[in-house]
Structure formats: C-alpha cells, structure tokens
Design a protein around this ligand. Sequence first.
Ligand code: ATP
Ligand code: MG
Length: 597
Amino acid sequence: MPIKKVKYPVSMGKVKSINTTESPSRIENKSKSEEVFDLDLYPFKLKEQDLLVWDDQREKYIQVSKAVKINSITRCIETRDIEVELVFWAFDRFETVVISRGDLSKRELKKLASKGLDVLQDKQASAVATFLNKQEKTITPTNVHKGMGWDFQGGQLVYKHYELIAHPSYSTKSKYIGDYDIEPRGDYYDYLNLLAREVMGKPALQLMLCVAMSSLIIGMLNRTNLLNLDTLLVHIYGASTTGKTTAAMLGVSAAGAPTAGGLLQSYNGTRNAIAKKLVGNYGVPIVLDESTMNLMDMQNFSSFIYEIAQNTEKTRLTKESELKDSQSWSTTIISTGESSILAKSNKNEGLRVRLFEFSLDKWTKDGKNAENLKKGILNSYGHIAPKIAKKMLELGPEKVAFMLEDNKMDLLKRLPESKFKDRIATKLALVITGAELIELTLEFELEGEEIIEMLIDQELKAMSDREMAPKFYRELKQHIIRFKRNFKINKEPVATQQEIWGKIETSSNQTQCYILPVIFDQIARDYGYSDSKVLIDALKRDGLILHDKNKNQKRKFIFSKGEIDQREELLGQSGYPPKGDYTYCICYEGNILEDSF
Ligand SMILES: Nc1ncnc2c1ncn2[C@@H]1O[C@H](COP(=O)(O)OP(=O)(O)OP(=O)(O)O)[C@@H](O)[C@H]1O
Ligand SMILES: [Mg+2]
C-alpha cells in the first residue's frame, strides 16, 4: 500500500542503467601545488618559481622572493569569514596553506616563513603583501559552507548539502567543505535500481530509509520555527550478523557516504566528542554504530541521550547561552548495538519517549542481500536527500508540517492508549512523513502499510513495558477492593457461597493480596491483557510482588481442610496441599481496604 494517494511503482523504463558493478570513478582533486601558473600583474610577475617586480631604473624585472600567489578565496556563507588559499615555493616544492584573509598583512605573512614562505626580509614581506593585495582583487570568492541541513541564507530557506538546494530564485552557489563526505557519488539511477532489486519487498530496510529521511523534516520544521521537535533517536539492536549495520548504512546512503569518513560514525569517543559531531547538523541523518563500543556508564549514557534529543550541547546551554545557536543541531540518529539501551537503563520513562528501539530477527533478507546492498551503496550514494529537500522546498514548510500533522492524526487512531500517546504519535509520524516524501519525490511505492505496522507493533511491545504493568496494577487494586468478599481477609473466613479467589493480609502500611493464578489470569484477560506473564514479569521487576526464591509465585494456605471440595472445583486438583497453594502475591502500600472507605 502506498503511504498516501501517490501510486507510482518504479518503472524500469525510467531507469537508465542496470549495471551496478561499474560506476564512474571519482574525480580526485588535483594537487593544488600543480596549479601555479605564471602571472602578469604589473609591476609584478610570477615566473616559474620566482616572484619578480619591474625595476624602472634598471628597466628589467628583478626578484622579490620565491613564488607565492593566491590560489583561491572562499567565503563561508554561515560566518562570512573569508579564507585565502596561498600556494608558494618552499625550497624544493610548492606548499599550500589556508589562512584567514586578515593574515595577508605583512606582519602575519612573516609568520609563514616557518612554513617556507620566502619573506624573512622586511622588504620581501612588504612586496609580497602588496602583490597579494593586488592579486586578490582579481579573484572572485567562492562560497562554501561547513554546516549541513536546513538554514536561512539571505532570508531564504536553503538545504545545505554538498551543494545548496534552494528556491530557483536564489542564485547563490556554495560548496560543502565540512567534515563529512556527502558529495553525491555514482549514478542516481544505479541507486534506484539497487532499491528496486534489494529493498523492495523488505519493509525493514525501507523503514530505515524512512527513518533517515525524517531528519530533513525535523531540521526544516525546527529551523523555520514551525514546530519544536527533538532530535529523533532510533536504536536497532539484536544478534550479530543480522544486517543492522547494513540497514543503517542504507538509510544514510540516501544523504551521503555510508562510510567512516561520511555518515557512518562510531560510538567510539567521549560523550562530548560525539555531541560535537552533531553541531551544525539540521537535517542530515547520522549513524552511530555499535553502542557496546562506548564505555560510558549507564547514568552517563542516559543523560547523553537526553542531551542529543534536546538538540543542544548541555554545557553550552547552561554556560554560554548566546552560543546556543551555533552549538545546536536537530536531525535523526540511527544507533546500532548488540543489546537494548533501555533494558540497561533503570526504567526511566523520560528516556523511553526519547529513544525508539527496534529489535528484529533480521534486517536484511540474507547474507547475499546484505552483501549486495553494501556493495551498491558504496558505489552510489548521496542522491536522495537533496532531491527530497528540493521537493520539500516546493511544498513549503507549512505543507510539510501539515503532512506531519495528518499522519499523526492517522496514527493516533491506531496507537494504543497511553499517556505518551501524543508524543509517540508525533515521532512515528516523522517516519511516516519521511516515507511519504520518498514516494512523492522518487515516484516510488513503498510498502507503507507494513512500515506502519512495524512501528505500531514496536510501540505495543514497548508499551507493555512502559505502561501496561502500572496500568494493570491500578486496575487490579480497584478490582480487589470491589470483590473483596471473594477473598479471605486476614483471619476472617469468606462469606458463604462466595467463590474463594485468594487471601488478603493487611497492616497499616501494606496490603498483600495472594491471588490464585487461575483467577489472576482471568482478571488480566477481563481487563484486556492477553499475556499475564508479561504483566507479572513487569510487576516483579518493579518490586511489586512477593515471590518465593527464583519464582514468580508464592505458596500460601488459601483453603482450609473443610474447603477441599471448593478447591477441587476451582483448581481441578484433589487433596490438600501440605505447603499451601501457589499464588501471585501483589503488594500495595497502606491498607487498601480501609483507604477505600
Ligand atoms: N540476514 C542475514 N542473514 C545472514 N547473514 C547476514 C544477514 N545480514 C547480514 N549478514 C552477514 O553479516 C555480515 C555483517 O552484516 P552487518 O554488519 O550488517 O551485521 P550486524 O547485524 O551489524 O552485525 P554486528 O552485530 O556484528 O555488527 C554481512 O556482511 C553478511 O555477510
Ligand atoms: Mg553492526
């Protein structure tokens, strides 16, 4: 099923090339030192390895210093800083350095003597400064950017990828020179073919693409102040060689290189170092691979997750709030690892709404599927995110926010009740809207219904942990109070003709309810819980039950010898148990029977 109304299955007619084994080789940057050319800029002249100046008296060029010239000038569109790339002859070879334009003064140039620039004498430094000052006037700066994702430039919303994606009326061009390899590589149609061959029919892999593309929505809506969205954190965990890393790599390959130099980052490193990598990212997905590699203790890990989700470095937020903007981010992070992060943390609800966890038996179909994917996405990547950004600009942020809201409404109808329902629906709607944008942009039909089901299943599973047990615990208390006549209370017998369900022992500060398992299972079913074992496990984990060693149950004398018949009728067991019957013993604070009056 498509996510929305759009129905455009991948048409092979559109796909130009089926061959994924070949891909255009990358054009490597030529070494800058090769690019020094002779130059005439009266009265100066660059000739081979020398800078010359015209001497009027001698009527010939004389040497000023060894060769030096400006190769290029860049303007960072975010900071407006101008940087100059100088190339100069240092003894036996050309050297290239990048300096701030402010360092073109005579005094600062002299510092480059240590790198081999021929300016030891004052008059050399003066002449070189004069020459460079003259030469820079002949060069137009090229724009560059170091941040990624959505931003405002010249009052216009732009998506900073390797190039700027902007409204057609915005003519400024800029190239990415930041730390991540996001320059599109290979052929877009090879990538589409790979999706058609290896990702179609595999909702788990499609889910990862949608999760990755949610980063663009989060970045756009935050930057335009339409919504205030946390960074989305999705942790996929499970046994080794099930394709977790491959699936995560597939997700980010839509935006850039799924490699260590690109968007596949490791968990290795301090908490601050990892947070630093996110600064300035407003809409490009990142993988943090292998959580077990990180040695942070659980408490630190929990606050790290809070920090990532809140889009700002913790230290910066408190100490230097004026720097907040430059130290923030908002995007999507896919994390992988062998085990659940939540299971290790001590039942922290706040964490659970910030971190989505998925565990599947396998992410890829088989080893071959994983190998084909890895090979394919290393040959071709970085094509999809810019295309989606362009589509999002066409739609405009208001429409994108509307799509998100619409998907959220649909999800609210399908998600189980919980106090986090609204927040969770927003997060899952980001993924579904990611799917919708992929379909709209690529004219490619995803298995939408399966993806939605995976999200809802995951939420149901998480909810049994997060919400069901406490909810049932409250419901059970009311049930016991209501049907207290079916319990022996302290030493009191049960009123005649009542079925015996168990025993209640009260004191002023605690109530222990021993409930026969058949009755407990029935109550759980009556309240709509299909698996009473999950409930008991959760209550046990929360320390709300009394149990015998290594058991969930506790033995207790419920029936007297005169009640053997009743016992047989209820439990189907004859005779009298010498150590009492197995019960579930649920504990409540205070005397619940007195408090209820
Ligand atoms: N579904 C699968 N069935 C069998 N083998 C698989 C499957 N998926 C991946 N593999 C094999 O496992 C190798 C590693 O894949 P990948 O790195 O994606 O796994 P992973 O789940 O991240 O494992 P790890 O926990 O070791 O990091 C692949 O190159 C492939 O040979
Ligand atoms: Mg892995």
